[in-house]
Write a protein that binds this ligand. Structure first.
Ligand code: KIV
Length: 269
């Protein structure tokens, strides 16, 4: 890619669903990698709260703050010329208080220049979703495995395998659509349930560990590039092994310094 392209908008994503064109989405958290993602033609960049894990090294997504997210999002926005940039509202900035949710979303949009926000949950957070939408801020939903609720679930295993949870998930997806969400992420649920959801709503469904019969796919950039190497869920396809390759390159650099072969005469002034 690398040419100039028209910005992907929420309307473009809607048209893609209608035309059965798959939507590509990846996370990014910094300027340099976001530039690569945008240049490669990815439709949506998610500034995920997974930054808490892959950028800050926390075990969960709970500690990351609104200010942290704005810092990451503004770096990504400066790089993204074509992709739609969606930012996660971090834990504690929208649950149980729709006015706070609106304030958090406005702060993200104003200070980062991003194009939309994403919230985890269904009926429990619907008031927040509705209030954010009144300000004209596009909202993406997130159902299934919602990592901000990890201490409620107790594990990161597949969600909605039981009938009751699956039914609630379908109802939540319909509710999010009715409220005006432009898209929903479905994380780690059975593929047949994800297919059912994608067929039950008219907005694009983006899956992560939700099978192929949805409208698009998302992965965490650091996972698909193999920068992380201890996280190995079944749904993850690694396209590079950067952890190993970067380790080799850095070892070689260190050896070259210690042996005196770096810098060479050609590399000095
Ligand atoms: O934070 C994140 O990276 C996400 C994706 C896993 C969808 O929410």
């Amino acid at each position: 890619m690398g040419q100039s392209y028209k910005r992907v908008t929420t309307n473009v994503l809607q048209e893609m669903k209608i035309k059965h064109e798959k939507i590509s989405m990846l996370t990014a958290y910094d300027f340099t990698l976001a530039k690569i993602v945008d240049n490669a033609g990815i439709d949506v960049i998610l500034v995920g709260d997974s930054a808490s894990n892959v950028m800050a090294g926390y075990e969960t997504t709970l500690p990351i703050t609104l200010e942290n997210m704005i810092y990451h999002a503004s770096s990504v926005v400066r790089a993204a010329k074509r992709s739609l940039v969606v930012v996660d509202l971090p834990f504690g900035t929208y649950q149980g208080d729709s006015r706070k949710a609106l304030r958090s979303s406005i702060k993200i949009m104003k200070e980062s220049g991003a194009h939309a926000v994403k919230l985890e949950g269904g009926s429990e957070i619907i008031e927040s979703v509705e209030r954010i939408l009144t300000a004209g801020i596009p909202v993406m939903g997130h159902l299934g495995l919602t990592p901000q609720s990890i201490y409620k679930f107790g594990t990161y295993t597949v969600r909605a395998k039981e009938e009751a949870e699956a039914e609630k998930l379908i109802e939540d997806a319909k509710l999010l659509e009715k409220s005006g969400c432009f898209s929903i992420v479905l994380e780690k649920i059975p593929a047949n349930l994800a297919k059912k959801v994608a067929e039950s709503v008219n907005i694009p469904i983006i899956g992560i560990g939700a099978g192929a019969d949805v409208d698009g796919q998302v992965l965490v950039l650091h996972d698909m590039l193999g920068m992380t190497h201890e996280f190995n869920p079944r749904f993850l396809r690694r396209y590079l092994n950067l952890f190993e390759d970067a380790t080799e390159a850095i070892k070689k650099y260190s050896e070259d310094i210690k042996s005196g072969s770096f810098p060479s005469k050609e590399e000095e002034y």
